[in-house]
Design a protein around this ligand. Structure first.
Ligand code: F6P
Length: 367
């Protein structure tokens, strides 16, 4: 039976989004369905007039419009981490900023456009929105995306491997310059409140010290590691710090945000650098990898996972699932209820084999 489905991408982009879109559109097309792309998260539905120069807030996705995009980073739909319809920012009469729930408007816009099902690709915020829309009667399937690897109920999200690969390459390149100048080199990576990117790239890139949110660190312990290396005649140290790393007294480094944006992490590496320079005679340099980790081509594995998620999401719609998310449960892609995902975060288990491996090969966690 013919169907009209819509696709949206929300939150920070991750390599592999375009592969999901292509896969969903091609498999829906094979079933004779029509696909509508929503621009910039749900803003294409909530503020369609903002997109008149692009021809509107929504547009038809055809096999032709998704040709040749599997390997491209970013998203052809655009994305945003502002304008969450569940907590939409508004300026109140007294000048302060409040928020309203605009999910009913999303439902109405879908009805007007004849959208019968929605594939919502995003991280925890998008899954929360997807759950709310499904509760209001729209058929919704979520597709998990994040470079942070912090989503529950899926053993992997596309974009993570690409970010780890890139970060590892960068750490590899820093070894020679750190050694040549006998410096401490700090590499700050993303990951929000989970240390997956720091942990995986730090071990693969043979860092000496890895600081992650799950294992609060003390500066004394970091300095002890630097000194231990000095005493062994290794006059350089590589430290990988996650942007969400916390000190033992619970300090996480944040920076200012604009209206409607979640708390932004930043500055963890810089704070560490000042401490090291104050407490040692070592010259120290900081490299913040930032959004470079989200750019470029997805790895082959991330593409494959994204393509599998796209086709599985369309299959889930056809089978009548709703209020659910596609998830990798090797070797298969499964369907899990969205209610099990929201408000939980997958963090690094501190006694996991991977953390133990790191400790056993001499990597310090600064604890
Ligand atoms: O969730 C992905 C992510 O890249 C985080 O690792 C990071 O904290 C955040 O997004 C950065 O967001 P923005 O693009 O708003 O700077």
């Amino acid at each position: 039976m013919s169907k009209t489905i819509a696709i949206s991408t929300g939150g920070g982009d991750a390599p592999g989004l375009n592969a999901v879109i292509r896969s969903a559109v091609l498999s829906a097309h094979q079933k004779g369905w029509k696909c509508i792309g929503i621009r910039n998260g749900f803003n294409g539905l909530l503020s369609p007039d903002e997109f008149t120069k692009y021809g509107g807030g929504t547009f038809e996705l055809t096999p032709e419009s998704v040709r040749g995009i599997t390997h491209l980073g970013g998203t052809i739909l655009g994305t945003t981490n502002k304008g969450n319809p569940l907590h939409y920012p508004i300026k109140k009469d007294d000048g302060t900023i409040g928020e309203i729930d605009r999910t009913e408007e999303v439902i109405d816009a879908c009805k007007t456009l004849g959208i019968e099902a929605l594939i919502s690709i995003g991280g925890d915020g998008s899954m929360e929105i997807a759950h709310a829309l499904a509760q209001k009667g729209l058929q919704v399937i979520g597709v998990p995306k994040t470079i942070d690897n912090d989503l529950e109920k899926t053993s992997a999200t596309f974009g993570f491997e690409t970010a780890v690969e890139f970060s590892t390459n960068c750490i590899d390149r820093l070894h020679s310059t750190a050694e040549a100048h006998e410096r401490v080199m700090i590499v700050e990576v993303m990951g929000r409140y989970a240390g997956w990117i720091a942990l995986h790239s730090g071990i693969a890139g043979t860092a000496d010290c890895i600081l992650i949110p799950e294992i609060p660190y003390s500066i004394d312990s970091v300095i002890a590691k630097i000194n231990e290396r000095e005493n062994k005649g290794h006059h350089f140290t590589i430290i990988v710090i996650a942007e969400g790393a916390a000190t033992k007294d619970g300090q996480v480094s944040t920076i200012e945000t604009s209206i409607g944006q979640a708390i932004r992490l930043g500055g963890a590496g810089e704070k560490l650098l000042h401490q090291i320079e104050k407490r040692t005679s070592k010259e120290t340099r900081l490299v913040v990898l930032g959004h470079l980790q989200r750019g470029g081509m997805p790895t082959a594995n991330d593409r494959l996972l994204a393509l599998r998620f796209g086709a599985s999401a369309v299959r889930a719609v056809e089978e009548g699932h709703s209020d659910a998310m596609v998830a990798l449960d090797p070797p298969d892609v499964k369907i899990v209820p969205l209610s099990e995902i929201t408000k939980q975060m997958k963090r690094v288990p501190v006694n996991s084999d991977i953390v133990r491996t790191a400790r056993e090969i001499g990597i310090s966690f600064g604890d």
